[in-house]
Design a protein around this ligand. Structure first.
Ligand SMILES: Cc1cc2nc3c(=O)[nH]c(=O)nc-3n(C[C@H](O)[C@H](O)[C@H](O)COP(=O)(O)OP(=O)(O)OC[C@H]3O[C@@H](n4cnc5c(N)ncnc54)[C@H](O)[C@@H]3O)c2cc1C
Length: 257
């Protein structure tokens, strides 16, 4: 049994002001056509942070280089010291392959908590916009909304069964709009923009959280600003980029070319 993280994980965690720990894979199971649920056993109180945070996983790699991917924490089971990730698994990449192949009992280096986007405590309504990769972060954040509050999800899905649902506090109003990609390109924002235009913004204070593909999220942010939200009410994190692998440390390429 490996008890200490790889030296590179310890160094990276120290640089990031986070913690590196070895966690054990409890299970990795398909939830839908495009999502695998990975449950990890480890110090969730140290690694999982607050709703909106993610962890960095060091993937097993055939090559000598170290590859890490970031995944939002979907949920935490503090009693069992476990936490859950929802990992997109229908494309080909080191992260998706890891989620499909990893066996229970495997040890992985996990660095956490990571991420700067948390729920806006002053917002009356919270709009979560993205693709299937946003569901873990969006649902954990929405589960932390105090009643009376409101959560709206506008999510583009690949397959009907990717429209995964969650259970929320009865005092929180929920609106879900799932948009079928219908074969459009992954960097085509028209599906999400269509979903957004179907939603009338409530008159009180709102905050939008954008998690997903680089180009689509950029265009969606402009659309939200056009609809009257200000910069401070829109939080955006690019999760991945169509046609390009994320870098070995887990971030997508954000260059303009
Ligand atoms: C802060 C943060 C939080 C994140 N949270 C999550 C999360 O909770 N769940 C999650 O699934 N991902 C999340 N991501 C994205 C994740 O880290 C990976 O980038 C993503 O899973 C792809 O990694 P990969 O190694 O499988 O593919 P890569 O090597 O990055 O890419 C290989 C190919 O697959 C394509 N591709 C990558 N992702 C997708 C996709 N979702 N759909 C279709 N094609 C794709 C790429 O364009 C590329 O052509 C997050 C990213 C960040 C930065």
């Amino acid at each position: 049994m490996t008890s200490a993280p790889h030296e590179s994980s310890l160094e990276l965690a120290a640089r990031l002001g986070a913690t590196a720990e070895v966690c054990e894979v409890v299970s990795a199971t398909p939830l839908s056509s495009s999502v695998h649920q990975v449950v990890l056993a480890g110090p969730a109180d140290v690694l999982a942070g607050v709703a909106g945070n993610d962890v960095m996983i060091k993937l097993d790699s055939d090559s000598s280089k170290i590859v890490r991917r970031r995944y939002s924490v979907r949920s935490v089971d503090e009693a069992k010291d476990r936490f859950t990730l929802w990992v997109t698994s229908a494309h080909e990449g080191p992260g998706s392959q890891w989620a499909r192949r990893v066996q229970s009992g495997t040890h992985v280096d996990v660095i956490g908590p990571r991420g700067k986007i948390a729920l806006d405590p002053l917002a009356d309504w919270h709009l979560f916009l993205g693709d299937v990769s946003c569901l873990g972060a969006a649902y954990r954040m929405a589960e932390s909304i105090e009643p009376p509050g409101r959560a709206i999800f506008i999510v583009e899905v690949e397959h009907p069964d990717d429209a995964l649902t969650a259970t929320f506090d009865e005092g929180v109003a929920i609106t879900g709009i799932f948009v079928d990609r219908m074969g459009r390109a992954h960097d085509d924002p028209s599906g999400l923009l269509g979903g957004l235009s179907a939603f009338a913004f409530p008159p009180d204070a709102g905050h939008a959280y954008l998690f997903g593909e680089f180009h689509v999220m950029k265009v969606a942010k402009v659309a939200l600003l056009d609809r009257g939200l200000n910069e401070g009410s829109v939080s955006l994190k690019h999760f991945w980029r169509a046609g390009r692998s994320n870098a070995d440390h887990g971030e997508p390429d954000k260059s303009d070319d």
